[in-house]
Design a protein around this ligand. Structure first.
Ligand code: ADP
Length: 449
C-alpha cells in the first residue's frame, strides 16, 4: 500500500531533504511530509554560508584551515557547552558534505569569513546568491529526480510504537485527507526550531517576550512536542539566540558594530532613549518600550564609511537615506525637527566627550556628514540551539540515555551541536551533515527491522 514505507521524514528544510535523499540512496523507500504549503523551511532563508574545513574549494584559494580549528571555533562559539561527540561529527563530515552537495550540482565555490571563525570556511554560491535557497533548490531537484514522495500541507502528529517500544510509523494530518497513519520502521524528525513561537520562547527565556523572529511561520516547535510524547529527552532548550537590532524591513540582524561605530538609537518621536551600547537585554527591553515597539538606528556618512557591512544592508534595501535629517524623518515618519535637535545635542556630547544624558561610554564620532541613514530595528529571535537529544548516529535518546529504536532527529530540532550559541555558517553545515547521517542510519536500520 501507498502509505507504507521504510522511512518517513518530517520537515522539508535542509535536514529533511538531506535525510530523504540520503535514505533513498541507501535503498530505502521514503515519504517526506511538510506541514506548510511550501518547501524549504528556514533553511531556504539562510544568507550566510556552509562552514567546512579542509575542502577543495579552500585549497583552490590557498586558504589554510583544519578540522581541528573548526572544532575549536565551534566549541568556543558555543561557550564550550556543545556535545563534543556531535561537534566531532559536524567537523569531520563537513568536507564530505560540501563534496556531497557539489556532486549533486551545488555551487559552493565562494569561500568567505563569518564571525567566530579563525579561517575563511563559509562556503557559498559564486556571485552572492543566498546559500540556503541554493542548497534547498539543489536538494529539491535531486528529490524530484529520485521520485521521492513529497506531501505538503501534511503535519506529523504522533509517533506510533509497538509494544517493545520500536517505532512503527507516524500519525499525520493532511489538509485534504485528514488524519491517517504512515507505516514505517523509521521516522526522522527534521522539523526545525521554534523561534517563531514567542509563547514557547518566552516561557524558556522571559527576557525574550514580545520579540519578533527572522524565521518562517512553520518554526513553531511542534516537532519538539511530537518527540517529547514519544519519550525523547531534551537538551539546552533555554539557549535561544536573540538580538536587539533586527531590521524590521528585511528581517536581517544588524550588527552591534553599527552602534559601536557611532550610530544612535532614536524612537519615532525623534528622541534618544538609551545608552546605545548597553547589554543586549537592556537595549532590547528599552526598544520594546518605544512607540510601535521599534526604534531607528540613525547615522551619517562617516559611520557608513567606517563599516563595510553597512553597504550590505544598503544593498538589501533596508536603509532609507536622505540629504538632511528632516527629509530622513519624512521617509520614515519620524519627527524630523526633534530628530535634528537630538542629533545636534548628541554632537555637543561627542565634543564634550561625556554622554551626560544616557551614559554611553564611547562617543566615536559626531553625526554631521550628510547623507543620513535610518534602519528601523526591533528585538528578534533568530535561532534556537536546544532541542531533542541525539547521539552521533542521529538516534533520538530518552531520559535514560537509551536510544528510541527507529527514531532519528536532525537539524535545528536537535540540541547539543551548537551548545549555548551557534556560529554563523554552522546551521547549513549541521543540517546537511546530520540530515545525511540520519537518512543513512535510518535506511540501514529499516532494512534490519
Ligand atoms: P532545518 O534547518 O533543521 O532543516 P527548517 O526550519 O529549515 O529546519 O525546516 C523544518 C521544516 O519542518 C519546516 O518547513 C517546518 O514547516 C516543518 N515542520 C515543522 N513541524 C512539522 C510537523 N509537525 N509536521 C510536518 N512538518 C513540520
Amino acid at each position: 500500500p501507498r502509505d507504507t514505507v521504510d522511512v518517513v521524514v518530517v520537515g522539508s528544510g535542509g535536514a529533511g531533504f538531506s535525510a530523504s535523499v540520503a535514505a533513498h540512496d541507501k535503498g530505502a523507500s521514503v515519504i517526506l511530509i511538510e506541514k506548510e504549503p511550501v518547501i524549504g523551511g528556514n533553511a531556504k532563508l539562510a544568507a550566510g554560508g556552509m562552514n567546512a574545513a579542509w575542502t577543495d574549494q579552500q585549497k583552490a584559494k590557498g586558504i589554510e584551515d583544519s578540522v581541528d580549528s573548526m572544532r575549536k571555533d565551534t566549541m568556543k562559539g558555543g561557550r564550550e557547552l556543545n556535545d563534543p561527540a556531535l561537534v566531532d561529527v559536524l567537523v569531520t563530515h563537513s568536507k564530505g558534505s560540501v563534496d556531497w552537495m557539489t556532486a549533486m550540482g551545488a555551487d559552493l565555490n565562494d569561500v568567505g569569513r563569518m564571525g567566530g571563525a579563525s579561517a575563511n570556511r563559509s562556503h557559498r554560491p559564486t556571485g552572492g546568491a543566498g546559500v540556503g535557497a541554493h542548497v534547498i533548490q539543489v536538494l529539491y531537484d535531486n528529490a524530484i529526480k529520485r521520485d521521492i514522495d513529497m506531501r505538503m500541507n501534511t503535519r506529523g502528529i504522533e509517533i506510533l510504537k509497538d509494544d517493545s517500544g520500536k517505532v512503527k510509523g507516524l500519525l499525520v494530518k493532511g489538509m485534504y485527507k485528514g488524519y491517517y497513519w504512515i507505516k514505517a520502521d523509521a521516522v526522522i524528525l527534521a522539523t526545525g526550531g521554534f523561534a517563531k513561537n514567542n509563547d514557547r520562547v518566552s516561557k524558556l527565556d522571559p527576557k525574550l517576550k514580545g520579540f519578533i523572529s527572522t524565521n518562517q511561520p512553520g518554526a513553531t516547535g511542534d516537532g519538539i512536542d511530537v518527540a517529547a510524547n514519544a519519550g525523547a529527552a531534551m537538551q539546552d532548550l533555554q539557549y535561544i539566540q536573540a538580538h536587539p537590532t533586527l531590521s524590521v524591513k528585511g528581517g536581517v540582524m544588524v550588527t552591534e558594530a553599527v552602534r559601536g561605530n557611532g550610530a544612535i538609537l532614536v524612537n519615532r518621536e525623534g528622541k534618544r532613549f538609551v545608552n546605545e551600547i548597553t547589554t543586549r537585554d537592556k537595549a532590547s527591553a528599552a526598544i520594546l518600550e518605544q512607540t510601535g515597539k521599534s526604534a531607528y538606528l540613525i547615522f551619517d556618512d562617516s559611520v557608513r564609511k567606517s563599516l563595510k557591512k553597512i553597504d550590505k544592508y544598503i544593498g538589501l534595501g533596508v536603509v532609507p537615506t536622505a540629504d538632511t535629517l528632516v527629509n530622513l524623518g519624512k521617509l520614515e515618519n519620524i519627527d524630523g525637527k526633534a530628530l535634528t535637535e537630538t542629533v545636534a545635542r548628541y554632537n555637543t556630547l561627542v565634543t564634550s566627550g561625556k554622554d551626560t544624558d544616557f551614559g554611553r561610554p564611547n562617543l566615536p564620532r559626531a553625526l554631521n556628514e550628510g547623507n543620513y541613514y535610518a534602519i528601523e530595528v526591533t528585538p528578534g529571535v533568530h535561532h534556537t540551539m536546544g532541542g531533542v537529544k541525539i547521539d552521533s548516529k542521529a538516534e533520538i535518546m530518552n531520559a535514560k540515555q537509551q536510544v528510541i529504536p527507529g527514531l532519528y532527529g536532525a537539524g535545528e530540532v536537535t540540541g547539543g551541536v551548537h551548545g549555548a550559541n551557534r556560529l554563523g555558517g554552522n546551521a547549513i553545515s549541521d543540517i546537511i551533515t546530520f540530515g545525511r547521517v540520519a537518512g543513512e542510519e535510518a535506511a540501514t536500520y529499516s532494512k534490519k527491522n
